[in-house]
Design a protein around this ligand. Structure first.
Ligand code: PEP
Ligand code: MG
Length: 312
């Protein structure tokens, strides 16, 4: 039956009893945005802009940035939207013109939004490039910052984005941001949970360390609780809270996320159909039970088993 559902499902995504769930694509550049376009997605939930600049020695001009961003926005100028993430340079994604050299502990260092504290021009120019691209393509454009730790950071970023007529949000990748989700949503229009980093920072386990895979698992109860806190804040504020880390691509976990009140799931294009098919077979009630079961399980394996058992 699962195979049949997968073969016949073609979107738009909704639970078996009709609650809509937005499915979005994670993209890296123009070609990947174009490739994801024909998939049953409502848009792009994570455009990782830093991946456009991995091989660049110097910062591209505002004009050049606008061209690159336009190539990502253009395939979604119909009635869809694109969430552009500002530069997440540093740690696992070093960018020659942005990253600081010789940091003792780059994962906990000056990366993501933090680069704009000492180099505000970098952020300003990128936001100008995004604004130009949004105007040129006419695509609805949301802009979010990575590695946000405090409400003051979120408010400052939101001001810069709103000044350009765009819709501001922040990523929830640091436990502090999840715990403060309610206050974050008083200053931004949406949240997007980056489960890869949220898991890394919650479990104090390097996401690249294969020996620690049992810890860097988004099914860890502590990670699920932080996601649930964030989702609940979104429901209370009536604002969208999505997930854009690898967790969103796991069809089983996706059900629990929907049950927690997550309104969008953004993932690699190839994961969209399996996740959409899984959601279409579960009622909202089953999703809520999945969330409850996962949240009360004692470890990741028990959580997976509990959700699987609900489906059989
Ligand atoms: C994440 O941390 O989950 C995320 C989506 O961002 P990245 O994987 O690019 O760090
Ligand atoms: Mg991240």
């Amino acid at each position: 039956a699962a195979r049949e559902a997968l073969a016949s499902w073609s979107g738009p995504a909704a639970t078996a009893d009709g609650t809509p769930v937005k499915l979005l694509a994670n993209v890296a550049d123009g070609p990947s945005a174009e490739q994801a376009g024909p998939e049953p997605v409502q848009g792009v939930g994570l455009f990782r802009t830093e991946l456009c600049f991995l091989n660049r020695k110097d910062e591209p001009s505002v004009e050049e940035q606008a061209d690159i961003y336009s190539s990502v926005l253009a395939p979604y100028s119909d009635d869809r939207y694109v969430v552009v993430r500002t530069l997440d340079a540093g740690s696992d994604k070093p960018i020659a013109f942005a990253t600081l050299e010789g940091e003792e502990n780059p994962a906990l260092g000056v990366r993501g939004l933090r680069l704009s504290f000492s180099n505000p021009g970098l952020m300003d120019r990128q936001l100008d490039g995004i604004k130009l691209a949004a105007e040129r393509t006419g695509t609805e454009t949301w802009v979010m910052a990575p590695m946000v730790a405090t409400v003051a950071e979120a408010a400052d970023f939101a001001g810069k984005v709103r000044a350009r007529g765009l819709k501001p949000g922040v990523m929830v990748e640091i436990p502090s941001a999840a715990l403060l989700a309610h206050q974050m949503l008083e200053v931004v229009d949406f949240l997007s949970i980056g489960t890869n980093d949220l898991t890394q920072y919650t479990m104090a386990a390097d996401r690249m360390a294969t020996d620690l895979a049992h810890l860097t698992d988004p099914w860890q109860p502590a990670v699920l609780q932080l996601i649930a806190i964030t989702a609940e804040a979104g429901k209370q504020a009536g604002k969208p809270v999505g997930v854009c880390g690898e967790a969103a691509a796991d069809p089983l976990l996706a059900l629990a996320l929907v049950g927690m009140g997550i309104s969008s799931l953004s993932m690699a294009a190839k994961a969209v159909r399996p996740v959409g098919a899984a959601i279409s077979r579960a009622s909202m009630d089953v999703c809520e039970q999945a969330a409850e079961a996962a949240l009360s399980a004692k470890d990741p394996m028990a959580a997976r088993d509990a959700v699987r058992a609900l489906l059989s």
